[in-house]
Design a protein around this ligand. Structure first.
Ligand SMILES: [Zn+2]
Length: 132
């Protein structure tokens, strides 16, 4: 059985992990887990937009997973235009990992986030020119 997020050292060790109801864990990684869809584990690779407002004023650190880069970049960029509720964002290669633990019957969802962020100017250009 995995540790709950509130005592997980990996979640606690990264200031941008945050806590939200749709993920049990948010973990920064160098290498993402491989995609898989068999047995008790489903891993999908994609991209995650992480965003937050100023401490005490805006939204708490929140993560949203996308299968494709372009919508993740657009989502982050548009969210930041709020200025009040969202003051910063990052877009990262990510993997959404759902594990069904047979002993506890619990479903544990982890977002693995590959650092560093992708939303620099070069990445934005690449993502948007590929659409043309
Ligand atoms: Zn964790």
């Amino acid at each position: 059985m995995s540790e709950p997020a509130e005592i997980c050292s990996v979640c606690k060790g990264w200031e941008w992990s945050g806590q939200q109801p749709n993920y049990d864990h948010i973990h920064p990684v160098r290498d993402l887990p491989e995609e898989q869809d068999f047995g008790a584990r489903l891993v999908m690779r994609g991209f995650a937009a992480g965003f937050a407002g100023l401490e005490g004023e805006g939204v708490s650190q929140t993560w949203v997973f996308f299968e494709d880069l372009e919508p993740a970049l657009t989502f982050g960029r548009v969210g930041q235009m709020s200025g009040y509720d969202i003051s910063g964002y990052g877009v990262y290669a990510a993997a959404r990992d759902i594990c069904f633990e047979s002993e506890s019957g619990q479903r544990v969802t982890t977002l693995h986030v590959s650092i560093p962020a992708l939303n620099d100017e070069a990445a934005m250009q690449d993502a948007f020119t590929q659409q043309a």
